[in-house]
Ligand binder design. Structure first.
Ligand SMILES: Nc1nc2c(ncn2[C@@H]2O[C@H](COP(=O)(O)OP(=O)(O)O)[C@@H](O)[C@H]2O)c(=O)[nH]1
Ligand SMILES: [Mg+2]
Length: 248
């Protein structure tokens, strides 16, 4: 089945201080999958990324910009974008970083995989997946975090923290995302966990993740801590159902 059969696809690219990267990624996506819509979700980046995004939108009618008031985390930006996708009747929504870590060539693979799934997760930790130029501590953190997640939640997903993935809107509608509160990596785990709980077909697609060359990572200790405590609580809730009521 060709990608066109998926319907209207919206690739959401969240940005915070990505003024050089935003042009490169927009061009890369456009070349790899000519017909997709691209939504740049910018949190009022101080470096002027939002203005550059507006210029890109002026040149290409399928590039759109979601201007958000201030930095409020990746999860909030994506939830806003998903709401937009629903309102505008898209069929598929994709999450993709602006910093060059996610290759447009893999976007094609992820969309093709979605032809037989509800959710397709780009995965660094399945056979054929890889990470390029990551310092050892990042690799240990990601591998370790994913093993911990798999054990806590009892799910078969090898890379639940990755941020390169596609959802059918019909799947998002079943995932009860109105009460998602998690932000950084935890947002990704939260979404994967909800997809599995909703009994959707989730598949992992091997990707090559390349560490950014331009700009700075927004990863922080707080993001790691958030993932750790929330995943631990979800794991406990799964095993001790009476905890469900205590917190969601
Ligand atoms: N809109 C928005 N985008 C963000 C925010 N934090 C990170 N991003 C974007 O999310 C993507 C991934 O973030 P990055 O800093 O590269 O994280 P890393 O890959 O884990 O080091 C990039 O495109 C960032 O610009 C945020 O608070 N708001
Ligand atoms: Mg990055």
């Amino acid at each position: 089945m060709p990608i066109e059969d998926l319907g209207r696809v919206l690739v959401v690219v969240p940005t915070y201080n990505e003024k050089e990267n935003v042009k490169i990624i927009t061009k890369g996506i456009r070349e790899a999958v000519p017909n997709v819509f691209i939504l740049i979700a910018d949190d009022n980046s101080p470096d002027g990324t939002g203005k550059i995004a507006d210029e890109l939108a002026a040149e290409d009618s399928k590039v759109l910009v979601l201007h958000r008031a201030k930095k409020a985390g990746l999860g909030a930006a994506y939830l806003d974008a998903f709401e937009y996708a629903k309102h505008e009747n898209y069929d598929v929504v994709v999450e993709m970083d602006a910093d060059g870590s996610h290759r447009p060539a893999d976007l094609v693979k992820i969309l093709q995989a979605l032809e037989n799934a509800d959710v397709a997760l780009g995965s660094r930790w399945v056979k054929g997946g890889e990470v390029v130029n990551w310092p050892l501590h990042r690799e240990i953190l990601s591998r370790g975090g994913n093993i911990y997640t798999r054990i806590c939640l009892g799910i078969p997903i090898k890379d639940a923290t990755g941020g390169f993935r596609a959802y059918r809107l019909s799947a998002l509608a079943k995932m009860d995302i109105g009460n998602v509160q998690s932000q950084g990596y935890c947002f990704q785990v939260d979404m994967a966990w909800r997809a599995i709980k909703a009994k959707l077909k989730v598949i992992e697609v091997p990707i090559t993740f390349i560490e950014r060359e331009i700009g700075e990572s927004k990863m922080s200790g707080d993001i790691v801590k958030e993932a750790l405590w929330r995943v631990t609580i979800w794991g406990l809730q799964k095993r001790l159902p009476w905890l469900q009521k205590a917190s969601r």
